[in-house]
Design a protein around this ligand. Structure first.
Ligand SMILES: [Zn+2]
Ligand SMILES: [Zn+2]
Ligand SMILES: [Zn+2]
Length: 280
């Protein structure tokens, strides 16, 4: 089974460039230093049979346009911080693109409760205005679940005082927004060869991984390749990549990483036909 993860966004909650910041990374003209809010698209199967979107960021509209995404088979929610779910309303484009079939959405129970509060109208069957997304909510705890026929293993990780869900599909996993991957979750990740992991900045942070801690965590899981995400403006793409071991790299918007049918790990950079850099 082929599994691909496309970086729809690789930036921290503010996005890079950050409003009002004049640092060299925010001013960089390198498109790899321009980071929309963190999200990936899982494409599963040889012909992209199943597309599962992780989170609905405030940048989801531009992310879907850049990825050529018109519909999805489901949405997996990591947690309900604004940078991961405030694009929920804009999923309506994918709802329309999918023939107005309610989009299945999976989350922890507490995340669904928060979404119901923040977006009450979306979950209100009697809401008068019809131009909104319709969702089909599901909750998970620790057990794997089937999303459009794909087996998804939730990976609980610590994010300050809340839990966040990482997601494992086959030998690929996506883990954002965490300062600690507990040993029980390291066990659930055994056999993962390709990982996307939170690495906010160099220095320690109370709710996110520093670059050294992210490297240490990836080594513990024994992955073959790791790509970092949820990156802030402390980390300049090219100079940080030169420091990293060859099995670790910073992710960037538009990058696709996959495990092919024959087990090879492939890395596809956005080419001339790929997503254009966002103009700021
Ligand atoms: Zn975040
Ligand atoms: Zn900056
Ligand atoms: Zn968060």
């Amino acid at each position: 089974m082929r599994v691909e993860m496309e970086f729809l966004g690789s930036g921290t909650s503010s996005g890079i460039p950050t409003i009002g910041c004049d640092c060299w990374v925010c001013n960089s003209s390198n498109p790899r230093n321009k980071r929309l809010r963190s999200s990936v698209l899982f494409r599963v199967g040889a012909e992209d049979e199943v597309r599962l979107l992780v989170d609905a960021t405030p940048d989801i509209r531009i992310q879907a346009l850049r990825a050529g995404l018109a519909s999805v088979h489901g949405v997996l929610i990591t947690h309900t911080h604004a940078d991961h779910c405030h694009g929920l309303d804009d999923l309506r484009g994918l709802y329309w693109g999918g023939g107005r079939v309610p989009i299945p959405l999976w989350s922890y129970p507490e995340s669904l409760a928060q979404l119901r509060r923040s977006f009450a109208y979306i979950f209100d069957a009697d809401y008068e205005y019809k131009g909104i997304v319709r969702l089909e909510p599901h909750v998970f705890e620790h057990q794997p679940f089937q999303a459009a026929g794909v087996n998804v293993q939730p990976i609980p990780v610590v994010h300050g005082n809340m839990r966040v869900a990482g997601f494992r599909i086959g030998e690929c996993a996506y883990i954002t927004d965490t300062n600690e991957v507990p040993d029980t979750s390291i066990e659930l990740l055994k056999g993962v060869r390709l990982l996307i992991l939170d690495a906010l900045r160099r220095a320690p942070h109370p709710t996110h991984m520093s670059l050294p801690k992210a490297l240490e965590t990836a080594e513990k899981i024994c992955v073959e390749r790791v790509f970092f995400t949820h990156i802030n403006h402390d980390l300049e793409h090219e100079s940080i990549n030169r420091e990293l071991p060859d099995w670790a790299r910073l992710g960037y918007d538009g990058l696709k990483v996959a495990i092919e049918e024959d087990g090879r790990i492939t890395v596809t950079e956005p080419g001339p036909g790929g997503p254009p850099p966002v103009a700021f």
